[in-house]
Design a protein around this ligand. Structure first.
Ligand code: SF4
Length: 428
């Protein structure tokens, strides 16, 4: 049986949205179905998500950008999160993740699903751990059944994709936490699971009961975003045994999930020096059978606090050339505080620029056509044409506002080089 035969929820979404998605991506429906069946592309969408517009993730579909949102114990304002959601969507985010860890998580999630037409992702471990931490208990007391119930509840609620650290083994947790890393474990969900395994001296329940997870995911076409709980949090930690062991495990799980009718993405690094990005990404794609790769950054330096969206965009662009399909944004607030609206916008735009840069380097017709449209408009000083081609027309208009009636811009005025050589001969 094929993936579409095994997964009725997915089949329903494809039948309803397939033609529109194929037109939008400029791909044939046959090539998309072949990629879905091969597990190199996923159709993100849960039929229980009201008003959802599903998307495709996996090159040659357009590289997608995710914006992380959500409350924290030190900054817990649902109305701010609602405004940040609008900002992320206005800036062109293709998906959002609700990473809330403070307040009424159920209501926050339900509110986001109601008001967000793009796919929504979560990390169910957060909700399971919040109940324990809010009772000042140790997360090592977590009952795995409570975690599976939380996953099932969020699937029923309509969550489209879930980060689940299924490939983080007891051994990997020990290697990463006690094996001499500069930063140990930096993944929030990964650190909770690692503490649970090390304190209880038990294996990862998401790994041991992986088939239980597949039952839930298949029913609602929840795409499993197989988490990189052991991603490097410092450049020097990149490429160690803990990271690669997890990647190999994720590849094995993604293959099994596909055989069982469930879609998967692979989550990837993290902090990584520039010269390692290409090799790492190609290695991860190989070991995970070409499954869609969803990366955080990668962050090419550890020292860009306040500007991590730039460090991440550099790695992201390189990553796209090497095969990354999905960029999780970083904002200027990374490592410092919860992002505000301006951070969200800066983060989405940085990742969209990285995606465009990578796709131009790959020569994708869509990206090249956009570049060409900008060049034609720029040469003609056609500002509406430039706005139509720009990744961020809103900023273009805002920065032009004071001189919008001029055909040149305030950078050069009458020294405009674009205009210089075509000006009529004047005087003697
Ligand atoms: S004024 Fe300068 S910056 Fe502006 S369009 Fe002309 S050459 Fe370009």
């Amino acid at each position: 049986m094929s993936l579409l035969e095994k997964n009725a929820a997915l089949r329903g979404l494809w039948e309803k949205h397939g033609a529109a998605l194929a037109a939008e991506e400029g791909l044939s429906p046959e090539s998309i179905v072949a990629a879905l069946e091969a597990g190199t592309m996923v159709l993100l969408g849960n039929p229980n998500h009201p008003g959802l517009k599903p998307i495709l993730v996996g090159q040659p579909a357009r590289v997608k950008v995710n914006a992380n949102l959500g409350t924290s114990p030190l900054s817990n304002c649902p109305t701010t999160e609602a405004r940040k959601l609008k900002t992320a969507l206005d800036a062109g985010a293709d998906t959002v993740m609700d990473l809330s860890i403070a307040g009424d998580l159920d209501e926050l999630r339900a509110g986001m699903l109601r008001s967000c037409p793009v796919p929504v992702g979560t990390v169910p471990m957060y909700a399971a751990a919040q109940k324990i931490l809010d009772a000042d208990q140790d997360v090592a007391t977590l009952n795995p059944d409570d975690l599976f119930e939380e996953i099932a509840r969020q699937a029923r609620q309509g969550v489209d994709f879930m980060t689940l650290h299924c490939g983080l083994t007891r051994r990997g947790a020990d290697w990463a936490a006690n094996g001499g890393r500069a930063l140990g474990i930096v993944s929030r969900g990964g650190s909770i699971l690692a503490r649970w395994m090390l304190e209880n001296d038990r294996e990862n329940p998401l790994l041991e009961q992986f088939d239980r997870l597949l039952e839930i995911a298949r029913e609602y076409n929840v795409t499993l975003s197989l988490g990189d709980g052991l991603r490097p949090g410092a450049g020097v930690d990149a490429g160690d045994a803990a990271q690669w062991e997890e990647v190999i495990t994720l590849g094995r799980l993604a293959r099994h999930a596909l055989e069982e009718g469930v879609q998967c993405m692979i989550e990837g690094p993290g902090h990584m020096p520039l010269h390692q990005v290409d090799g790492q990404i190609r290695g991860i794609k190989k070991l995970t059978h070409g499954a869609p790769l969803y990366v955080l950054g990668p962050l090419t330096v550890d020292t860009a606090a306040g500007h991590d969206h730039i460090a991440g965009a550099i790695g992201g662009a390189l990553g796209v050339v090497a095969g990354v399909d999905f960029l999780c944004y970083l904002t200027p607030a990374e490592h410092l505080t919860l992002p505000d609206e301006a951070d969200v916008r800066a983060g989405v735009m940085a990742s969209r620029v990285a995606a465009q840069a990578g796709e131009v380097a790959l020569g994708t017709p869509r990206a090249l056509a956009r570049e060409k449209a900008m060049n034609v408009a720029r040469k003609a000083l056609d500002w509406d044409g430039m706005a139509a081609a720009a990744l961020d027309p809103e900023t273009l208009h805002r920065r032009r506002e004071a001189h919008k009636h001029e055909d040149v811009c305030a950078m050069c005025g009458k020294f405009c080089a674009v205009k210089m050589l075509r000006m009529e001969k004047q005087g003697g």
